[in-house]
Design a protein around this ligand. Structure first.
Ligand SMILES: Cc1ncc(C[n+]2csc(CCOP(=O)(O)OP(=O)(O)O)c2C)c(N)n1
Ligand SMILES: [Mg+2]
Length: 621
């Protein structure tokens, strides 16, 4: 058959840019948001951003007024984590902008697409120390994926299009757009580009079949493979591909906290999450099981961990690895990430691959099916089943709880009615049939929310993982509820964390956002208390949150606080009342606070102390 000559196709004509009517710079910014399909923005006004708010009054975009800019940034993040689309927040210059910084850092650490629009003092005032001037571009440089300080009104459409593109592609992240007030007030005819090119930015790199084939070869040789997967699977929309591949190759899967839900935790191949407070069996599967030597008590390895670690969309965070040299010490490490800067950053990889993870998993799955892997790894699966049976996540009412101040102050004579935080989360899991979107604060409750609620779909657990920012939970729940109004969205929070953004109850009430807060109220900064107990002989260094002059009283009184915000709130103290109270919270179609009083003496287990290895893991309750 003769070969048909193919003539080079004509390069398609570039789509034309669109020219809009003359408008103010502030209106151009809002028009750009509309063109990106933004339906909600969390924005707090001020002198340098009220032009934007004026434009927003004429837009279909829902403008939500948070009661603190940090709440607005976290809410925008919650929206982004729940949908995968960029969340948008806005603030005025100076203090408005600086209040956004924690949210930006959080989005940066957890790779969340966030568009941050700030007003800036007029160009003529920049550098003069004018009222409410801060160099926001400079201040946020280390915590953004990219940023713009607009100096020409005609740049706005291109910059805004680039901002969304950069925030949402490759490894997502926050992008700041700082707009001086004089540019907001200037008028121009916007030219909206239809496409953009960014030299040197390659967000969609794909692994070659040669690289991926090497992985198949390694799997074929392996006796004890483990998939260690993270937030990259979620931002890369690769959950379905991961499930297919893991099932085809029969490889057990452990995720990071960021990856919770990317592989159903109810799946027989799931090891749940690993690391400092991860399951013992996930940590053993990665790094081996250790037990103290009967003679000298020195930990000895009694079972081997993974000989092949497939690290996909993860960054070997220290909360996962502990002492990094000891992490999967005897395994070959394959690391796939879309961000080349993650490769060999924390842990050297034997086979590093820069690739879009969805593509890589799709190809790997196809390869496994073409060249069926013969080994079924029965010994490995048996070992894992034994580990799961030996060390399931568990808790019990300890002697410490029964004899604690908590019992004396709040439960005298009713020891059997104590509500342990783990118990409350388990009950919530049961009553919501595991279908709710969960957000958290930071602390012990966050770890228990990870352990005792099982996550089965991506974007189900929204938590400040990398930055560990207290105050994240409730505003993030607001953002998630705005994005997913038909889902039950519940913030499992600590009393310390909840108080940090308690003002957002006003946003919830006024905007009719029915996000729920379940406060596991131990009257303490529980996680710090746990470290005090472990490393400082229980000496308390400002970790009590109640009123030292009246310890029998719960302080602050969330019932009174919530009343002030017009948000329904209930307090539960005894186990017998918990189920019905949770059900009332779930049945409510309003924002709702359930204040559950729990002891502060519980420790989160398993626990691998910082920079220690799995050999030092404490796991028996
Ligand atoms: C903004 C911020 N400040 C301080 C910390 C340090 N920190 C980590 S956990 C924790 C205690 C949190 O207390 P709470 O929210 O009541 O949760 P609990 O541990 O009691 O469940 C503190 C103070 C932090 N992570 N974030
Ligand atoms: Mg607490």
């Amino acid at each position: 058959m003769s070969k048909i000559l193919e003539f080079p196709k004509k390069t398609p004509a570039r789509k034309r840019a669109e020219v809009g009517p003359a408008m103010k710079g502030s209106e151009i910014v809002i028009a750009c948001l509309e063109r990106e399909g933004v339906d909600a923005i969390f924005a707090y006004p001020g002198g340098a951003s009220m032009e934007f708010h004026q434009a927003l009054t004429k837009s279909k975009i829902r403008t939500i007024l948070p009661r603190h800019e940090q709440g607005g940034a976290f809410a925008a993040e919650g929206y982004a984590r729940a949908t995968g689309r960029a969340g948008v927040c806005m603030a005025t210059s100076g203090p408005g902008a600086t209040n956004l910084v924690t949210g930006i850092a959080d989005a940066y650490m957890d790779s969340i697409p966030l568009i941050v629009i700030t007003g800036q003092v007029p160009q003529a005032m920049i550098g003069k120390g004018g009222f409410q001037e801060t160099d926001f571009f400079g201040m946020t440089l280390p915590i953004v994926k990219h940023s713009y300080l607009v100096t020409d009104i005609n740049d706005i459409p291109r910059m805004m299009k680039e901002a969304f593109y950069i925030a949402q592609t490759g490894r997502p992240g926050p992008v700041v757009v700082d707009v001086p007030k004089n540019i907001q007030q200037q008028r121009a005819q916007p030219v909206f580009p239809s496409e953009i090119t960014l030299r040197g930015y390659q967000p969609d790199k794909k692994a070659s079949d040669i690289e991926l084939n090497e992985i198949i070869g390694l799997i074929e040789k392996s006796e004890r493979p483990v998939l260690y997967v993270g937030g990259g699977i979620i931002s890369g929309e690769a959950s379905a591909e991961l499930i297919k591949f893991a099932e085809a190759a029969q490889i057990p899967v452990t995720s990071t906290i960021m990856g919770c839900g990317c592989f159903p935790e109810t799946h027989p191949l799931s090891l749940r999450w690993l690391g400092m407070h991860g399951t013992a069996y996930a940590n053993w599967a990665v790094s081996g099981e250790f037990a103290p030597n009967p003679g000298d008590g020195i930990p000895q390895k009694i079972a081997q961990g993974a000989d092949l670690l497939l690290a996909f969309g993860v960054r070997f965070d220290d909360r996962v690895t502990g002492k990094v040299e000891k992490f999967c010490e005897t395994g070959t490490i394959v690391h796939i990430d879309i961000d080349p800067s993650e490769i060999n950053k924390n842990k050297p990889a034997n086979l590093p691959i820069v690739s879009d993870i969805k593509y890589a998993l799709e190809r790997l799955d196809a390869m496994v099916k073409q060249r069926a892997i013969q080994k079924k790894l029965p010994a490995w699966h048996k070992q894992i089943a034994e580990w799961k049976a030996k060390a399931p996540l568990s808790y019990r009412v300890t002697e410490e709880v029964v004899t604690s101040q908590h019992m004396k102050d709040h439960l005298t004579g009713k020891e059997s009615e104590v509500i342990l935080p783990q118990m409350a989360i388990e009950m919530l899991y049961e009553l919501t049939k595991g279908e709710a979107i969960i957000t958290t604060g930071v602390g012990q409750h966050q770890m228990w929310a990870g352990q005792y609620y099982k996550y089965t779909f991506p974007r189900q657990l929204l938590t400040s993982a990398g930055l560990g920012a207290m105050g994240y939970g409730y505003p993030a729940a607001l953002g998630a509820k705005v994005a997913c109004p038909d889902k039950q969205v519940i913030d499992i929070d600590g009393d310390g964390s909840f108080l940090m953004n308690v003002q957002e109850l006003a946003t919830a009430h006024i905007e009719k956002i029915a996000a729920k807060a379940l406060i596991l109220n131990n009257q303490h900064l529980g996680m710090v208390v746990q470290w005090e107990d472990k490393f400082y002989e229980g000496n308390r260094g400002n970790t009590y949150l109640g009123d030292p002059e009246n310890m029998r009283q719960i302080y602050p009184d969330y019932i009174t606080i919530a009343k002030g915000f017009n948000v329904p709130c209930e307090r539960v103290m005894f186990k017998k009342d918990l189920r019905a109270a949770l059900q009332r919270m779930l049945d409510s179609d309003q924002p709702y606070v359930l204040d559950v009083i729990v002891p502060y003496t519980e420790h989160v287990l398993p626990f691998i102390p910082a920079n220690k290895s799995v050999a030092e893991m404490i796991w028996k309750p």
